[in-house]
Design a protein. Sequence first.
Length: 307
Amino acid sequence: MKRLFGVTLLLVSFLCLPVAAQADAIRFGVPPWPGVTVKSEVVCQILEAMGYDTVQLEIGPPIIYKGLTTDDVDVCVAAWIPQQNEMFLPLRDKKAIDVVAVNIDEAGTSLCVPSYVWEAGVRSIADLDARGEMFDRTIYGIEVGSGMQTSTEEMIHDDVAGLGDWTQVSSTTPVMLRAVQERIRAGKWVVFHGWQPHWMNFQIDMKYLEGVPGTEKLVSESVVYTIASRQFATRHPQAHAFLKKFYVRGATQSQWINDFGFRKTAPEKVASDWIRANIDTVATWLDGVTAADGSAGIDAVRAAFNR
């Protein structure tokens, strides 16, 4: 299994790969989000145990969606809907991608504030602008191109709830949360992108703000899809069959995120420890699925993980 970090251009990813890996490996597009990192690692370790080669490309959603249509990316387990609707819906409607399955449906997003700010009366996005100076008229958001970042920029552009003169500071999730936690430790007011499942819900005393008209793309209950290129099912039918059954509970993904994103356990160890301890759940995902050599997929995984 190969993992490529910090790739900003899809072309660079493939110039760095051996020709054989390009031709044979299942290529996962992995946005740099803790939950997706571990979830992709779990899937890849199971596939590797079944005899497949895998490559994980750490690239952003716009590049992933493009790569799925050009057959440069095979799979992504991080299609957050409705936050990614602008990228997802046109390709789904044109049947340019394969919407494999929902892999988590206990998810949600909004702007969030520390509990002490919520207790001071900021309980809705409509309450932000009246206290704008307390927030430095700044929203702390995740990386440019993500669904949450794009929808927040639209809200600012459209002056939703008076946010037209606000600024969004965009960065990776870890950088954003460090900035948020620094402000909280200083007792300052801060508003930021929040979602669940994620370790922030365990480690930050925070509240989700209610939405107002015009915030529907950002403030919502969400589902996360596994999506693939149109060629993937033909090329790897048994891997596709596994991914159709792959489903994660919200509490499970929050555990993964907390172990990796907060406790700093390596994602490879988080994934392998979880697989070893939850082989019965893995068996439900692999019911009727065969490994690359034609044997039962779950038998290959049990052997690989000594279970």
